[in-house]
Design a binder for this molecule. Structure first.
Ligand code: PGA
Length: 249
């Protein structure tokens, strides 16, 4: 049985004081949650405020990106070691917004994943096709090449989570149907099984992301290979995020 995992990607929202208020609200609404693992990913500058509020709770904290070197003359970058030291256990890598706006590639995803794991962080690696790629019928091909390009060389992936996020469903209000999501999740699990073995595949948690809301979460949970969600917009409100987590019960 895979324990549900729900991660909130706060993107470039919530400075320290808004992040503190949101964390305080989550701390109250989710205090009894033992049926799912919960991770929130604030912007770098809000991590310390969130860590202070959520210490001694079951809610874990992640960053939204990481560089691959531990330290050095890399102006503007943040290392996985620093992220770990700041109190994070998780990190999102290869989000489509980073691929689209900041030149993230499967090669750089690989370097980040590798470095994050060495620093003791659990990566949430994002894959997903654009609308044009879906319409051209190459969804599977794209997801497979992102997956193998990004993590194919990683030997043990038990600390790694995959998030399937179709680009056309992110922040658009247009969710993949449960069937569409399940089909790709199943492809991902099959690839994991072929590459890392059946045991690893059956334990791997595969998240769906893209306009997850309290009212579509229930149907998505029905699918066998959907083990949780990476939630953007709806994670910025304690009530909607908590209702999504409630739906995992
Ligand atoms: P969304 O974002 O829930 O706002 O669509 C998901 C994500 O980008 O991870």
């Amino acid at each position: 049985m895979r324990k549900p995992l729900i991660a909130g990607n706060w993107k470039m929202f919530t400075g320290p004081s808004a992040a503190e208020s949101l964390s305080l609200a989550l701390k109250t609404t989710l205090k009894d949650c033992n049926w799912a693992d919960i991770v929130v990913c604030p912007p770098f500058t809000s991590i310390s405020a969130v860590v202070s509020v959520l210490k001694n709770t079951a809610i874990e904290i992640g960053a939204q990106d990481t560089f691959w070197e531990s330290e050095g003359a890399y102006t503007g970058e943040i290392s996985p070691v620093m992220i770990r030291e700041a109190g994070c256990g998780w990190v999102i890598i290869g989000h489509s917004e980073r691929r689209a706006h900041f030149g993230e590639s499967d090669q750089t995803v690989f370097k980040r994943v590798n470095a994050a794991m060495k620093a003791g962080l659990k990566p949430i690696v994002c894959v997903g096709e654009t609308l044009q790629q879906r319409d051209s019928g190459i969804t599977e091909e794209i997801v497979k090449s992102q997956l193998l390009g990004g993590i194919g060389e990683i030997r043990a992936i038990s600390n790694l989570t995959i998030a399937y996020e179709p680009v056309w469903a992110i922040g658009t209000g247009r969710t993949a149907t449960p069937r569409q999501a399940q089909d790709v999740h199943n492809v991902i699990r099959t690839i994991i099984s072929e590459k890392w073995g059946e045991l690893t595949a059956s334990a791997a948690r595969i998240l769906y992301g893209g306009s997850v809301k309290p009212d579509n979460a229930g149907d998505l949970w029905q699918e066998d290979d959907i083990d949780g969600f990476l939630v953007g917009g709806a994670s910025l409100n304690a009530d909607t995020f908590s209702r999504i987590i409630e739906s995992a019960k």
